[in-house]
Design a binder for this molecule. Structure first.
Ligand SMILES: Cc1cc2nc3c(=O)[nH]c(=O)nc-3n(C[C@H](O)[C@H](O)[C@H](O)COP(=O)(O)OP(=O)(O)OC[C@H]3O[C@@H](n4cnc5c(N)ncnc54)[C@H](O)[C@@H]3O)c2cc1C
Length: 414
């Protein structure tokens, strides 16, 4: 990376210095430094007032200032077309859930449901009207995620995979006019659902170990390599594919073929997390991608693109937790009232009441984190620290809610 980016060559990043001083090996410090540099390049995309150093958490912790106006959340703006899409989408999923037709025989959300959602604009919420979407703000989108997660967290999660980390954000943020014209309309109406393919068998946390390559040959890039754990990746989808081009991480927008073939295969395995969504490995052997599908960011490289959508995904995760925990609470309340021990319903016991109260509190906290972070993103802030806090808080509270509050209250029936 340093070789291909002379501006950064020789310059040590903060992470590199910190790791080296902390006793890490030169190799590890340098490689972590490269990831940190990619992060700095995302930072460079933001105007000074919206960079991390000017974000509310940074100012509160490092500058010992608490800019209270930045911790307040404005009332959410309303947009009629977004509200219509949300109402109709919720209705579709509710109908299929109640009718027992949400899942196919493998326990995945059916393609029929995904297609029906496309007809009402679900997949185009984060695409601007110019390209066939409804142009929701992050605040509106996040609120939709919470409402949808209350009915089905996987359908909600798929909107986030598609819109935040899948192909939508990379194309709308880094695509040329031609790329936007070619990809966004079909991503908006759901003809192409999308995914983002970054992780590889040898490169998860360590993104300096990426091995998938793309080499220019005539009018195409020829891709070779393997991706792992890619959510929503099945034949016929459009993916943001991170691969090494001339030694530099890069992103190609790839329309996967409708069938596996000698150049493209799925690697199938069982995975428990997000088990109602498809998650597969992807194997590319001399797979050709038109050279016009390369995304070229104004600063940085493919990791800049990969990191750009992460904060949207982080807020969505917190929003999803707020919905999933509402579902848990809705199950806990009638059970607590129904189940009796020693002649009294368990919801009269202090222990169970405390669980119910805590769960309600966690829901309110996730709602607040979601609204605050989404609002910062809508104002134009990068929101890196705030969104990381939201993601960790959402994940941890959901784990606590599921195990300590929801399952324990159902006793042996959980
Ligand atoms: C349900 C699910 C969906 C996913 N969807 C996608 C997707 O759509 N697209 C995509 O590209 N990827 C996806 N991933 C992959 C995910 O991003 C990776 O699993 C993640 O980056 C971690 O990589 P890994 O699994 O290889 O773990 P590893 O990198 O092997 O890490 C294993 C453990 O070691 C720890 N560790 C690693 N390095 C260090 C270090 N330097 N210091 C201390 N501890 C360390 C980690 O914290 C972790 O606990 C998905 C994963 C899951 C489970």
């Amino acid at each position: 990376l340093a070789k291909s980016d002379p501006g950064k060559a020789g310059k040590e990043s903060f992470a590199e210095v910190a790791l080296r001083l902390g006793g890490a090996s030169v190799d590890e410090s340098k490689r972590t430094g490269l990831i940190d540099t990619a992060d700095d390049q995302v930072e460079d995309l933001f105007a000074a007032q919206y960079k991390t150093t000017n974000s509310p958490v940074h100012r509160a912790v490092w500058d010992k200032l608490v800019p209270t106006e930045l911790f307040e959340v404005e009332a959410m703006s309303q947009n009629e077309s977004v509200s219509r899409v949300v109402e109709q989408s919720l209705e579709i999923v509710r109908k299929h859930r109640d009718g027992g037709t949400l899942l196919d025989e493998k326990g995945k959300i059916t393609t029929k449901v995904l297609a029906e959602l496309g007809t009402v604009g679900y997949w185009g919420l984060l695409v601007s009207p110019e390209f066939g979407g409804s142009g929701a703000t992050m605040r509106q989108f996040a609120e939709m995620i919470t409402q949808m997660a209350t009915i089905d967290p996987t359908v909600a999660g798929l909107a986030s995979v598609h819109g935040c980390i899948g192909a939508v954000d990379p194309v709308r943020s880094f695509g040329t006019d031609d790329q936007k014209q070619r990809f966004l309309p079909q991503l908006a109406d759901g003809r192409r659902l999308s995914a983002f393919a970054l992780t590889e068998p040898g490169a998860g946390s360590d993104l300096t170990a990426l091995r998938t390559t793309a080499v220019l040959d005539g009018d195409d890039y020829v891709v070779n390599g393997e991706k792992l754990f890619i959510t929503n990746a099945i034949p016929g989808r459009t993916i943001g594919l991170v691969c090494m081009i001339d030694g530099k991480p890069s992103v190609l927008v790839v329309d996967l073929p409708d069938q596996e073939n000698e150049h493209f295969q799925l690697k199938r395995y069982g995975i428990y997390a997000l088990r109602r969504a498809n998650n597969n490995g992807l194997i590319f052997r001399d797979f050709r991608v038109p050279k016009e599908n390369l995304l070229v960011p104004s600063r940085g490289d493919g990791l800049t693109i990969a990191y750009h959508g992460l904060n949207l995904g982080r807020v969505s995760l917190c929003a999803n937790a707020a919905g999933a925990m509402r579902w848990m609470l809705a199950e806990m309340l009638p059970w607590g009232a129904y189940r009796q021990t020693y002649g009294q319903s368990i919801d009269r016991r202090e222990l169970v009441r405390r669980r119910i109260g805590r769960l309600a509190g966690l829901i309110v906290a996730c709602d607040a984190m979601t609204a605050w972070c989404a609002d910062l993103l809508d104002q134009g802030y990068r929101g890196e620290m705030e969104c990381i806090v939201a993601k960790i808080f959402g994940s941890e509270t959901q784990k606590e809610a599921a195990i300590e509050l929801f399952m324990k209250t159902h006793g042996g029936r959980s």
